[in-house]
Design a protein around this ligand. Structure first.
Ligand SMILES: [Zn+2]
Ligand SMILES: [Zn+2]
Length: 271
């Protein structure tokens, strides 16, 4: 089983419900020998009554006890997921060096400074324009930040739309995707396929649920070969959701490997 590199626990991610014990148990039941834990850390997030940061030193210390709990048959990778905004780019790069991480994820969780989980005004914009601006932000994030390993869930903008025909495609915004991939590939960073997005597309009745093949084909054609898989699990029982079909899909497109990060270095796994 290839590594699930993107998961959260309630101990450090304010929106997660699963405990580390539940996550370790799920991982062992599913036969994983390695998973990544990537807790949320938002810098200058809009006020919503929640604390989207945690004490990095406490995390570093706690992780040692988690590794012991997991034992020798399950390796835990210590990660973090930063939320990108233009004005926090240098602060992300600085913060990512404060403790030793295995893997650093970058995400865009806001659109024009608003959390679209809570405020869905952005969905009044035509889908094509919305996607173009969002992928433009993904590109900017990868251009402006350096101290990261993975660009997470490029399709997150679609998670809360009410319009079931909306789907992020390459041909809506080829220039933005090319900028995004150029930055990733030139910096040796990885592109994440977020399998929770696939599950959300299914749950919500989308006609298409897997990533647009033109996106992945273009990434590969430009020289991209670093794909990470992450289920972005927050609750018990959601580890590795839709993993098998994502793996089969990648294989069908000609990908032969995925990648995970340890000590900030990439390791490839055969699909
Ligand atoms: Zn995220
Ligand atoms: Zn996440």
């Amino acid at each position: 089983m290839v590594t699930d590199g993107h998961n959260h626990t309630k101990h450090f991610s304010v929106d997660a419900e699963q405990t580390i014990d539940e996550l370790i148990t799920s991982a062992k039941e599913l036969g994983f020998t390695r998973i990544g834990i990537t807790e949320h850390f938002e810098i200058d997030f809009p006020e919503d009554g929640l604390d989207w940061q945690f004490d990095l030193n406490e995390y570093n210390e706690t992780f040692k006890t988690w590794k012991k709990k997991a034992g020798n048959d399950l390796e835990l990778l210590k990660g973090i997921e930063f939320g990108y905004q233009t004005h926090v780019a240098s602060e992300i790069d600085r913060t990512a060096s404060l403790i030793p991480f295995d893997v650093v994820l970058l995400s865009v969780h806001l659109f024009r400074g608003k959390d679209f989980y809570a405020d869905r005004d952005c969905y009044k914009i035509p889908a094509k324009d919305l996607h173009k601006e969002y992928i433009g932000m993904m590109a900017e994030m990868c251009e402006n930040c350096s101290n990261f390993d993975v660009a997470a869930h490029y399709d997150y903008i679609n998670r809360y739309t009410d319009n079931l025909s909306d789907f992020v495609t390459y041909w809506e915004c080829p220039k933005e995707f090319d900028r995004f991939f150029e930055a990733l590939i030139s910096k040796n960073k990885a592109l994440e396929i977020n399998t929770k997005s696939i599950q959300k597309h299914k749950e919500r009745g989308f006609s298409r649920t897997l990533p647009d093949p033109d996106i992945l084909n273009r990434y590969r054609k430009m020289g991209g070969n670093m794909i990470c898989l992450g289920s972005d699990s927050h609750i018990k029982g959601s580890l590795a959701v839709c993993f098998n079909e994502a793996v089969e899909y990648l294989k069908s497109l000609g990908f032969t490997e995925t990648v995970y990060f340890k000590d900030r270095k990439p390791y490839f796994e055969t699909l």
